[in-house]
Design a protein around this ligand. Structure first.
Ligand code: ADP
Length: 411
């Protein structure tokens, strides 16, 4: 076993005195020693086999304190609340169990010698052995996070400031187009309409930017509360009926278990509960249903709620233009819009699905899309399900908190 010593200076061997394999080994050690990322190799039983100098600094331990020691007693990881990360969320623990590649970016590592708290990106790669060890790299992302925060703050301030004059431009253009407040000839009216549409687009863009950055820069936190998810989804989806029918599309709402989906989705009578931020769920479903309407020239919009023992799936489906397979992995990116003959005429900012994904993940869920070009698209929002007992307890706690005028706690 080799373990990096802080003060050890690695000499590059003279080529004539070394075999090829020796010099290669020394070179590997030199590389490992010189990189800024902390690298630790954890054997299948959880003991540390090797740690480089950057790892010693991040953990605040001397090499001898890491050598052969069980990883969890020397690598102190904290979650976003500042508490020691639970076993179930510890990425090293999970990778030791499932032997799979893993990547997280939301934990901090605390140095034992000076209590320095560093936000890190952790990447875990199992070796190719039958009983694999783990190569764990820690990258200090403090600067990266600070820059992201500053960028978000800037976008948020800029969009906030620009929304007001744009609203005023839109208002005046509306007045200019109104025959009772202004007189314009047909050509002038045509120009005004185009300017009005563009100002509306700008207004939407600033609003979307503002909404997405609020969560990114931590101005907004999800307020999770236990709900009867079928009733809530139905009330949000039903709120879109006027928009759906205005476009001449059909609408259907259904609920069932995941298994029943395969056999035609019979109704289930059991209540299904989940912990959600109601405002976020409104935004998510309204975005998905508005997209379904927008990208469906004729046909149906269907909303379904399914559940198994662990998860709830909210499915928003349409029979519209669909998304090509090559585009599916991109549509959740910021500003990404599919550009083809069918979509060019349809307005949008490319921020809606980014916002959907951001909100769903903030509620501990996942969202993905399935689609066939020309046939339609299905968006699936998966959220953790809670049992009836948990629902009652959380509801009781929350109602008590609210009665006392205290802030929500997250469930
Ligand atoms: P936009 O404001 O452009 O609608 P979104 O982020 O909501 O932005 O969506 C990104 C892209 O994904 C859209 O430009 C569109 O090409 C595609 N898309 C989203 N929803 C659908 C849908 N239901 N059917 C077909 N394409 C869709």
């Amino acid at each position: 076993m080799s373990l990096w010593k802080k003060a050890k200076k690695v000499e590059t061997p003279a080529p004539e005195q070394n075999t090829n394999s020796q010099s290669r080994q020394d070179l590997n050690e030199l590389v490992l020693q010189s990189i800024r990322e902390g690298v630790i190799i954890v054997s299948p039983n959880g003991n540390i086999r090797l740690a480089n100098q950057a790892a010693c600094e991040l953990t605040g331990r001397a090499p001898s304190e890491l050598d052969g020691v069980y990883y969890d007693s020397v690598i102190n990881l904290l979650d976003e609340t500042g508490n020691r990360v639970s076993e179930g969320r510890n990425p090293i623990n999970n990778a030791l169990k499932n032997k799979e590649y893993g990547e997280v970016r939301d934990l901090n590592i605390v140095a034992a010698d000076n209590n320095k708290n560093t936000p890190v990106s952790i990447i875990i790669t199992p070796t190719r052995e039958e009983n694999p060890s783990l190569v764990v790299t820690f990258r200090d992302i403090a600067r990266e996070l600070k820059e992201e925060r500053e960028r978000s703050e800037f976008i948020s301030t800029a969009s906030h400031e620009m929304r007001t004059p744009v609203a005023s431009i839109e208002g005046y253009l509306g007045l200019a187009m109104n025959p009772s407040t202004a007189t314009v000839d047909d050509r002038g009216m045509d120009y005004l309409k185009k300017a009005h549409e563009a100002s509306q687009h700008l207004g939407r863009l600033f609003q979307d930017l503002l909404d997405t950055t609020k969560l990114d820069d931590g101005q907004m936190k999800p307020q999770l509360e236990p709900v009867d998810i079928v009733a809530l989804v139905k009330s949000i989806a039903d709120g879109q009926i006027p928009n759906i029918t205005a476009k001449g599309l059909g609408y259907q709402f259904g609920s069932g278990s995941v298994d029943q989906q395969l056999s035609g989705g019979k109704r289930i009578d059991q209540l299904i509960y989940a912990s959600v931020d109601k405002d976020f769920l409104h935004e998510v479903l309204n975005n998905l249903i508005e997209n379904a309407i927008k990208y469906t020239p004729a046909g149906w919009v269907t909303v379904n709620v399914r559940a198994d023992n662990y998860n709830v799936q909210i499915i928003v489906e349409d029979t519209g233009i669909g998304v090509a397979r090559s585009e599916l992995s991109h549509i959740f990116q910021k500003f990404y819009r599919v550009d083809n003959r069918d979509t060019r005429e349809i307005g949008g900012t490319g921020l809606g699905l980014y916002l959907v994904q951001q909100r769903v993940e903030a509620m501990n869920g996942r969202v993905w899309a399935e689609s066939e070009l020309g046939k339609g698209t299905r968006f699936i929002v998966m959220l953790p399900r809670i049992g009836e007992e948990a629902y009652r307890q959380q509801r009781f706690y929350l109602d008590n908190q609210q009665a006392q005028g205290l802030e929500n706690i997250d469930f």
